[in-house]
Ligand binder design. Structure first.
Ligand SMILES: *[C@@H]1O[C@H](CO)[C@@H](O)[C@H](O)[C@H]1NC(C)=O
Ligand SMILES: *[C@@H]1O[C@H](CO)[C@@H](O)[C@H](O)[C@H]1NC(C)=O
Ligand SMILES: *[C@@H]1O[C@H](CO)[C@@H](O)[C@H](O)[C@H]1NC(C)=O
Ligand SMILES: *[C@@H]1O[C@H](CO)[C@@H](O)[C@H](O)[C@H]1NC(C)=O
Ligand SMILES: *[C@@H]1O[C@H](CO)[C@@H](O)[C@H](O)[C@H]1NC(C)=O
Ligand SMILES: *[C@@H]1O[C@H](CO)[C@@H](O)[C@H](O)[C@H]1NC(C)=O
Ligand SMILES: *[C@@H]1O[C@H](CO)[C@@H](O)[C@H](O)[C@H]1NC(C)=O
Ligand SMILES: *[C@@H]1O[C@H](CO)[C@@H](O)[C@H](O)[C@H]1NC(C)=O
Ligand SMILES: *[C@@H]1O[C@H](CO)[C@@H](O)[C@H](O)[C@H]1NC(C)=O
Ligand SMILES: *[C@@H]1O[C@H](CO)[C@@H](O)[C@H](O)[C@H]1NC(C)=O
Ligand SMILES: *[C@@H]1O[C@H](CO)[C@@H](O)[C@H](O)[C@H]1NC(C)=O
Length: 643
């Protein structure tokens, strides 16, 4: 910027351009008028740049560049993000873009990107008045309305960068005539309608990003004609039909995201070797794709991240996957894949994440997987592995920290070899297996543990004291086991944060009997989800429960809890779900419950409650069954109380 200013000064001293002949420094009056109108449309400019636009020589204004010889303005360059060697700064402009900007007839570049609050529409005359425009950059603002069809007349346009606005209307089909376009970024708007076939005329296109709009219809069949295309992102739209076969002709493609649409049919590429040699990032997840993963998939040797998850793919994982030596993340979960994991998977020495959960893959696991030296996350849950026991080599994988083996038909005790792993375990999911025995005391030595899910097993013990050492624990799910004794240790887990680290606790469907008094008494007060239902807990809900300010869901149904409901329950202002049915609570419903304005679900049935239900929302809106089976409740929604 400073350089340009210097240059303008030097230039006015040395040359004798139109309108600056004698240093009077008056720029072309149309330009001046256009820029003055632009400035007056803006009522906030946190950067202070516009405030310095004084005088009549608009060519010397910050962010404005002019042509050397004609003296006409060629560039408006006022991006929201300002950075120099010394500092960077996110500025904001609020106001309306003046349509008079099209008076600047020689404009080649408009860069008003990232100003956040710039609103209005893209002037309809833009295509007629700004024939020299090469770059139109208005991303991350508040623009509304359509992209005018006249844009198709801007035959010099190279970059159209309008993402993160509120633009709507159908996709501008006139774009298809702009042969010079190389970058089109229109994502995160509200465009609807089809992607016009004419887009395949844009033979210079390098980047086409239309994700997160409401585009419908098919992907143009001839999209493969975009021979220099490197990035194509059509994800998160409403696209249907099959993936065009021509995609495999995209020689330069490196990023291909078609996920989160309703695409169906098979994955059509690669159909021969040497196709898409640069493809590194492929996302096809969240569609309705069917058929097998192409046998030659392993020819896409540049792949680094692949997600084919949540489709209806079937058949085996092709052994050619072993050729993807750059692969670091592979998501295949939520399909109907069968067969065995191919031995060649062991060749993926860069692999850090493998998720094949929720498929129909059979065991045994190939021993070759033990050479996955870089794997950190392994999710094999819910397949047909029938592991019987956890293979010991899993615990020896040098980088593994997240282990998901739910629904793998694992039997016996939790194996002790998980105690000492080369990398400390952070996430462990052994839920929905046939585990027996106790929750081991050594679990307390997994001090990096953040996520522990041992639910739906047959574990029979109390929660060991050592659990209080799990300072990082955020999610604890032990539901549906045969656990007994006290729940108090869970609420005593030491912590690093003021509210503790635990946000999710599910101890439901066990035989816990004591420890209720510890809730909220100690460290852990940041809990959002607490489920203690279907136990044999006794005693009263402690007043300290009111300290769980973040609690959104509290389920204590089907226990043996009694006494009055504490007024402090009304302090749980985030509460959305409250289930206390099937206990022995007595007394009245605290009137403070009327403060629980976020409550969407509540059940107090089958207790010993009496008296009038506090009058007002949300309590009177719940159905009768939420109050039924008590000793003497009355008032709306039940029958009126007798006076
Ligand atoms: C600049 O030149 C114009 C005509 O060429 C003249 O009218 C004007 O007075 C000059 N201004 C200055 C500041 O010399
Ligand atoms: C502005 O520039 C255009 C073309 O360069 C010219 O036709 C017009 O007369 C100029 N206006 C003024 C007031 O100099
Ligand atoms: C400015 O004009 C000079 C001489 O006509 C030319 O050499 C130079 O490239 C021009 N600079 C720009 C940035 O157009
Ligand atoms: C964007 O415009 C809407 C009204 O259309 C307004 O409510 C919102 O505050 C604007 N956002 C910004 C960041 O200016
Ligand atoms: C652009 O594409 C359409 C439809 O694919 C075609 O009919 C038309 O001739 C093409 N136009 C140009 C200028 O290439
Ligand atoms: C890897 O590719 C080569 C040829 O490119 C092929 O011969 C080999 O079978 C492939 N490996 C696997 C595991 O498919
Ligand atoms: C693997 O995919 C499943 C969906 O099938 C998902 O719930 C799970 O969180 C994923 N696992 C990991 C470790 O991200
Ligand atoms: C699972 O493996 C066990 C032995 O390890 C065997 O008894 C059982 O029949 C197998 N179940 C299935 C469904 O294959
Ligand atoms: C724990 O595992 C069970 C069964 O696999 C699952 O339903 C539950 O959602 C998991 N809990 C958490 C917190 O992810
Ligand atoms: C609490 O756990 C029980 C049994 O596991 C389950 O049925 C219930 O839906 C859970 N409550 C909430 C609010 O998720
Ligand atoms: C919690 O509720 C009790 C009883 O309603 C009240 O006295 C107390 O001030 C509340 N505490 C906080 C921190 O809001």
């Amino acid at each position: 910027m400073a350089f340009e200013l210097l240059w303008v000064v030097a230039f006015t001293m040395l040359t004798f351009g139109e309108g600056m002949r004698n240093g009077s420094e008056v720029c072309n009056s149309s330009d001046l008028k256009g820029l003055t109108s632009f400035k007056s449309g803006i009522f906030v400019d946190s950067s202070g740049r516009l405030a310095k636009w004084v005088g009549l020589n608009c060519c010397s204004w910050e962010g404005i560049s002019c042509d050397n010889t004609t003296g006409r303005v060629t560039e408006i360059h006022l991006p929201g993000f300002i950075s120099t060697d010394d500092f960077f700064y996110q500025s904001q402009m609020n106001g309306l873009l003046s349509p008079s900007i099209t008076l600047l007839a020689s404009l080649e570049v408009i860069d008003l990107g990232g100003l956040i609050g710039l609103a209005g529409t893209i002037p309809t005359s833009i295509g007629f008045r700004l024939p020299k425009l090469r770059k139109l950059i208005l991303y991350t603002n508040n623009f509304t309305g359509p992209v005018p069809e006249s844009i198709g007349k801007l035959s010099n346009l190279e970059e159209l960068v309008l993402y993160e606005n509120q633009l709507s209307g159908s996709f501008p089909s006139s774009l298809g005539s702009l042969k010079n376009l190389n970058k089109v970024l229109l994502y995160s708007n509200r465009f609807s309608g089809m992607i016009p076939d004419s887009i395949t005329n844009l033979t210079n296109l390098v980047q086409l990003d239309l994700h997160s709009n409401s585009l419908s219809g098919h992907i143009p069949q001839r999209i493969g004609e975009l021979q220099v295309l490197e990035e194509l992102d059509l994800s998160n739209n409403l696209l249907v039909g099959s993936i065009p076969t021509s995609l495999s002709n995209l020689k330069a493609i490196s990023v291909l995201y078609l996920d989160t649409n309703s695409l169906e049919g098979p994955i059509p590429f690669p159909s021969s070797s040497d196709q898409m040699p640069s493809l590194s990032f492929l996302r096809l997840h969240g569609n309705l794709l069917t058929g097998k993963i192409p046998f030659m998939f392993g020819n896409l040797v540049s792949l680094k991240r692949v997600s084919l998850a949540n489709n209806k793919l079937e058949g085996p994982i092709p052994s050619s996957f072993g050729n993807l030596s750059a692969l670091s993340e592979l998501y295949l979960h939520g399909n109907r894949l069968s067969g065995r994991i191919p031995k060649s998977v062991g060749l993926l020495c860069q692999l850090i994440l493998l998720n094949v959960s929720n498929n129909l893959i059979r065991g045994p696991l190939p021993r070759e997987m033990s050479s996955l030296r870089n794997i950190q996350t392994l999710d094999l849950s819910f397949n047909r592995f029938n592991l019987s026991s956890i293979p010991k080599w899993i615990a020896e994988l040098p980088s593994l920290t997240r282990i998901y083996l739910a629904g793998c038909r694992i039997q016996g005790r939790i194996p002790q070899f998980l105690k000492i792993t080369p990398s400390p375990i952070q996430e462990l999911d052994l839920s929905d297996n046939y585990l027996t025995g106790s929750i081991p005391t050594w679990l307390g030595s997994l001090t990096q543990l953040y996520f522990l899910n041992l639910s739906r097993n047959s574990l029979a013990s109390s929660i060991p004291d050592s659990i209080t050492n799990l300072h990082e624990l955020g999610v604890l799910d032990l539901h549906t086991n045969k656990l007994t004794g006290s729940i108090s240790r869970v609420f005593k887990i030491g912590h690093r944060f003021p509210d503790g680290s635990l946000t999710y606790i599910d101890l439901s469907d066990n035989s816990f009997s004591t420890g209720i008094e510890q809730i909220g008494a100690d460290a852990q007060t940041g809990i959002r989800f607490l489920n203690l239902s279907n136990n044999i807990l006794q005693g009263r809900i402690p007043t300290s429960i009111g300290r769980l300010k973040s609690l959104q869901s509290l389920d204590m149904n089907s226990n043996k809890l009694g006494f009055d409901l504490p007024d402090n329950l009304a302090n749980l202002s985030s509460l959305q779900i409250l289930k206390l049915q099937k206990n022995q609570f007595t007394g009245k419903i605290p009137s403070g419950f009327l403060k629980l304005t976020k409550l969407k679900e509540m059940d107090l049935s089958d207790n010993l409650l009496v008296g009038e239900i506090p009058v007002g929302k949300p309590l009177s809106d719940f159905p009768v069954r939420c109050y039924s089976g008590n000793k003497g409740l009355c008032g709306k929604p039940l029958t009126p109380c007798k006076l």
